[in-house]
Design a binder for this molecule. Structure first.
Ligand code: C2E
Ligand code: MG
Ligand code: MG
Length: 761
């Protein structure tokens, strides 16, 4: 049996044939392995000759030989026409041994032209043979049609035939390899471009697996993992980023999070690739190592039916280098994405992500037949106090356990998000997202650090089915409902209603209008005189802010002051009122009323402002108003909040020389002992108690009590809202020295006040 051919005369033949073939032959110094023809595992040689003997002698001469590790397989055509038929149906033919003279003298050459030009088969090697030396083709034809060799049949001894065919097969193999490389590189470029278009880590990782499959020409079945290796060397587990084919189930856990790799065979292969920091190729699996930056490495493992060829290996090496960069980037982008869309503490979606989901849900809800959804905000009651009392770390743990409970008990049908410090949002079916279900979750304590913590929550809910507007609007509506629920302090929840929306929108409209009005000086101050009940002479006036809109209507301060407070405009507005009142005081004093006291209302928001004292001092100084003729009115409800802060503030205010009155007194619940500690000068009996004096039998009791209280504490008392003589009379009889009300004078403009004081009343 003839030995496998290692072509001894190869160089000679190559030299006599075509120069550029040399390059191909020696391009690859590595031991050749089967390339693409691996599909069949043979070299296909086609014999085209009208002489049957030639067929049999050729197959006899070459039949038992392996070339480049593969046997030959012969295809037989006995005419050019038959060859054409065969070429149409057969592919992957390595060599054609072609007789030049068949049906016609040049039938062979026609066939060559057909092969190269019509069928566009560029790879197949062609060896021309002829019985008659005179039929040699033109040298041009040999070049143009890429013919490997031309031999007369007598020249082709058995040995020459081996060497010629072997050389042609090697050429063919090289051409195919170059072809494969080019195709592979194209594929890598294509794959990389495709991958770069994928932004999510998940998509990218899945894309990488699919592209590896494409490169190898197989349906991908494998897993891609990431592993964090922080500096201290102890590496985390391999986490599955993507899985496909028969490993698809390894991909995600129930919560759609990356899962640790459970398959021990894959784990071993991946660990090996990671340890060696290179790709590992085996007969049944390839393991690809992607060196990531920042101590994160990626590794993919795919099933293969046979070991990849060296070309495939080198292509995969190039591919891995390309993709590692991409993976790193996409991971970075995804981290940024996570930071932008997920709350780092609870791992829940954040406000931004919730808004996106709301939009999706609203879009879906617009389709008929869709389930009705509800958005609920869950505000933990007194969380700030818990945080202060037990520390932020404890607070964080509490938030995490609330997040976990919400998620675990509501299941995946409901989206839980954390949209603020202690505010969670739930978005889901209206039958599930209900006050009953949600509040029930806060009936059991949360176990934190081995301790049971009982907290309650307040809910604001919006039904999305009749919602009009954006996701952002829905969130605002839920917030409005939440605020309402908190202020009501009853059921612990509140559903948003259209009426609430109208009210809020009206308030927002008013806020803008008020700001404009202030800027355009549509606001002014009126003064309501205060009189001595004994002498009925004026002792002072209360400055009251007025807003007359462009259409001439007055807006009550009871409506716009809260809005000014809410929007912060009260800071500037309040300062302006104070200065206006101070200037008016200076004017009144200049007219001779030296003991006149000007009362100015001060809102809580102003009072708490860090620069309030400075503002007060400057206003007094710059207007020249004597402090002892200025009185600030604070409401009783304000006096009851934050007692220590108030006591300290009042001490400082008193140092400026102004006096203090408690407005609307009797509506709150100030205790006697507390009042004693407050540096105040005057109590203003609220209008409702003045009205009561004549309205009911026991009516006088509160007014009387306040008057008594004032006397005991050494404070003056003034009654407001005195509308008739009987009230004035009773108050005077009870010992109330001062009064203010429509009976004596309505609030009036500055010039009217001057007239009134000068006896025009
Ligand atoms: P307040 O400080 O208790 O002011 C007394 C209110 O009672 C004034 O209403 C006044 O017009 C009204 N009034 C006076 N006498 C009578 C009467 O005999 N019968 C009746 N029915 N009402 C009488 P106004 O001006 O509408 O002010 C309402 C509230 O708005 C004030 O209550 C005060 O809390 C607030 N406010 C007014 N101006 C200012 C201001 O410049 N700054 C701040 N912070 N609040 C202000
Ligand atoms: Mg007042
Ligand atoms: Mg009042």
């Amino acid at each position: 049996m003839p030995q496998p051919i290692t072509p001894p005369g190869q160089r000679d033949i190559a030299a006599t044939a075509k120069d550029d073939q040399d390059d191909l032959v020696f391009l690859d110094e590595q031991p050749a392995e089967p390339t693409d023809a691996s599909a069949t595992g043979v070299w296909r040689v086609m014999i085209v000759d009208d002489d049957e003997d030639v067929h049999s002698t050729t197959t006899f001469a070459l039949g038992n030989l392996d070339m480049q590790g593969r046997p030959l397989e012969f295809l037989h055509a006995y005419s050019a026409a038959q060859a054409r038929d065969l070429l149409r149906s057969e592919d992957d033919i390595a060599v054609i041994l072609l007789d030049v003279v068949m049906e016609q003298d040049d039938a062979g050459l026609h066939l060559v032209r057909h092969i190269r030009e019509t069928l566009k088969l560029a790879d197949v090697r062609i060896i021309l043979r002829t019985g008659q030396p005179g039929y040699a083709p033109e040298i041009d034809a040999i070049r143009d049609f890429d013919i490997n060799d031309y031999k007369t049949k007598s020249e082709l001894t058995r040995i020459k035939l081996y060497t010629t065919v072997t050389s042609a097969i090697r050429s063919y193999e090289q051409i195919r390899k170059i072809d494969d490389s080019r195709r592979g590189l194209n594929q890598i470029v294509h794959a990389s471009t495709e991958l770069m278009a994928l932004h999510g880590v998940q998509d990218f990782a899945t894309g990488v697996l699919a592209q590896i499959g494409d490169l190898l020409g197989i349906a991908a079945s494998g897993v891609l993992c990431v592993k964090d290796c922080p500096g201290d060397g102890d590496c985390d587990e391999l986490m599955v980023m993507a899985a496909c084919g028969r490993y698809a189930h390894l991909g995600r856990n129930a919560l759609q999070q990356h899962a640790p790799l459970a398959d021990s065979r894959l784990r071993a292969l991946m660990e090996q690739a990671m340890a060696q920091q290179r790709n590992v190729y085996a007969a049944d699996a390839i393991t690809l190592y992607f060196a990531g930056k920042a101590s994160r490495d990626f590794v993919a493992c795919l099933d293969v039916a046979q070991a990849p060829t060296d070309i495939d290996e080198r292509l995969l090496d190039v591919f891995c280098g390309n993709v590692a960069v991409g993976l790193d980037n996409v991971e970075l982008v995804s981290h940024l994405h996570d930071a932008a869309f997920y709350d780092q503490l609870s791992k829940l979606p954040n406000r931004t992500r919730l808004l996106e989901m709301l939009e999706e849900r609203l879009a879906a809800a617009a389709q008929p037949g869709h389930d009705q959804a509800t958005l609920a905000l869950v505000d933990l009651d007194h969380f700030a106090e818990t945080n202060d009392a037990l520390g932020h770390q404890f607070g964080d743990l509490l938030l995490v356990s609330v997040a976990n409970r919400l998620q675990a008990e509501l299941g995946r049908q409901v989206t839980a998000a954390r949209i603020g410090g202690d505010i969670f949002a739930l978005l889901g079916d209206s039958s599930v997202v209900t006050p009953a279900v949600l509040l029930a979750m806060f009936q059991r304590p949360f176990r934190i650090d081995g301790q049971d913590v009982q907290i309650s929550a307040t809910l604001g809910l919006v039904r999305l089915d009749d919602h009009e507007g954006t996701g952002g609007d829905a969130l605002k509506d839920a917030d409005i409902a939440l605020k309402r629920a908190k202020s009501q302090q009853r059921a612990g929840y509140c559903y948003f209603s259209r009426a609430m929306g109208v009210e809020i929108r009206e308030r927002v409209r008013m806020m803008h209008a008020l700001r404009t009005a202030f800027g355009q000086r549509q606001l002014f101050v009126m003064y309501q005189p205060q009189i001595d009940l004994e002498t009925r002479r004026p002792v002072g006036a209360e400055a009251l802010l007025r807003w007359q809109t462009e259409d001439g209507k007055f807006v009550s301060p009871d409506r716009f002051i809260p809005i000014a407070e809410y929007s912060g405009l009260i800071i500037d507005l309040g300062e302006w009122v104070l200065r206006t009142a101070c200037r008016e005081l200076v004017a009144v004093r200049a007219a001779g009323h030296l003991d006149f006291v000007m009362s100015v209302n001060v809102s809580q928001v102003q009072f708490r402002h860090p620069h309030f004292l400075d503002m007060l001092r400057r206003a007094l100084e710059e207007t020249g108003a004597p402090p002892r003729n200025i009185e600030l009115e604070i409401t009783e409800s304000m006096a009851m909040e934050e007692p220590d802060l108030l006591i300290e503030m009042l001490d400082q205010i008193k140092e400026t020389g102004v006096s203090i009155a408690i407005d609307d007194f009797g509506t709150g619940f100030s205790s006697l002992s507390y009042l004693q500690r407050l540096q105040v000068d005057r109590l203003k009996i609220d209008r409702t108690f003045v009205t009561e004096i004549t309205g009911s039998a026991r009516g006088s009791s509160i007014a009387e009590m306040v008057i008594q209280l004032g006397r005991n504490l050494g404070l003056t008392v003034i009654a407001e809202g005195v509308e008739d003589e009987r009230q004035a009379h009773i108050l005077h009889a009870l010992g109330c020295p001062l009064a203010q009300g429509f009976l004596f004078a309505r609030p009036m403009k500055a010039d009217a006040l001057a007239d009134w004081l000068n006896g025009g009343r």
